[in-house]
Design a protein around this ligand. Sequence first.
Ligand code: CA
Length: 457
Amino acid sequence: MKPTPTLLAALLFAPLAALHAADAPKPNILFIVADDMGYADCGSQGCKDVPTPHLDSLAAQGIRFTDGYVSGTVCSPTRAGLMTGRYHYRDGIHNWVPPGKPGLNAGVPTVAGYLNSAGYRTGLVGKWHLGEQPECHPMKRGFAEFFGFLGGGRSYFPDKPKAADAKINLYTAVLHGDEPVALKDYATHDFGREAVAFIQRQKGSDKPFFLYLAFNAVHTPMESPEDYLARFPDIADKKRRTYAGMLAAMDDNIGRVLQAVRDAGFEQNTLICFHSDNGGPITRNAPNASMNTPLRGGKGQTWEGGIRVPMFVKWSGRLKPGTYSQPVIQMDLTATVLALAGVKPDAKWPMDGVNLMPFLEGGHGAPHEMLCWDYENQWAIRKGPWKLAFAGPEKGQKQPVLALYDLTKDISEASDLSAQHPEVVKQLQADRQSWSKEVVANKPSFTANSEKAAKSP
Ligand code: CA
């Protein structure tokens, strides 16, 4: 078509960014979340004993976040933050959601609901853990399709057949939509298969898709398929060997999903995000032989080992591969995909996440002035290089810990600098207090007691 003078003028004078935004098709979005995977448990994070070629391909072909955080130290808080783009305390989630207890505030908009309204075809495959009540069901929260389970954990193997009149346990039952179904295989394989099928169903559609693939791997129970266990004869520790089998099965299924994206011709226009929902459980909260080296602590703690996780984004058509080292948090992924979809979040439910695209495409500065965590008797604040960490006394300890670390030099939180920098301690305490007053205090809450949390499934 020959350009008309008006079109030519528009092309010449329209800001490039505006043209780009108007012309760019909305990308497909694929969120992949691992459960209780350690910081050091894939090759790109330094893992030596378990090959993870598919996760490593995301890190190599995408952007690896060195300081990628999650807002929760356990499952439900992080999932709430990912679904809403908001600190989970704002919406009634302070801890993992046990059976029968309130889930995510049914009024808060979710990323799935926003994207659904923006014309996306939406699906969740895997673990929800934001309430099993009818109003919390994923298909009431913006997902058009659901295959998975509503609770926090279950066996990876098919359930034994039950009497026809036996009550369905909605926390652990595998559901297709609302209908209980039997697993056909090892759960990780079933979730991989359903995710592939979802992607294949999008071929020929004129709508973009949003798929949230939430593996329960590599959370307890420690159950690996035999053929995966057989891959690791050299790992002597039985628990680590089982973990290796579970992790390898997840990595293989991520590979199947990435292949399905390529085969469907979606690779250039699909943003793929991966992270673990919390750090590896080392000593408590369902330990699974994961590794967080060189970080201190693990799941259920606000030390780096509980909140800093493997995190990658890949978008072959737009993002240059590389490393990004400013602190980011999983809520940013939510804000980012809404910006890409042209969705303006409801002002009644302001987001804490930040659109990362300008930062990942060469912008300067940091997405966040500070990030904060609050869990049981612990809290932490990260601001620039500094982290101020408070931990109430653990078993056998008399005194709580309040310590200051320079994470750019001391990722392991080994050298307390609070005595050398009392002014930094004072400032961070004040910052944390005002954050807590606004975000955490007086919010509806359900807090599982620690005794129960230690036995979490
Ligand atoms: Ca978890």
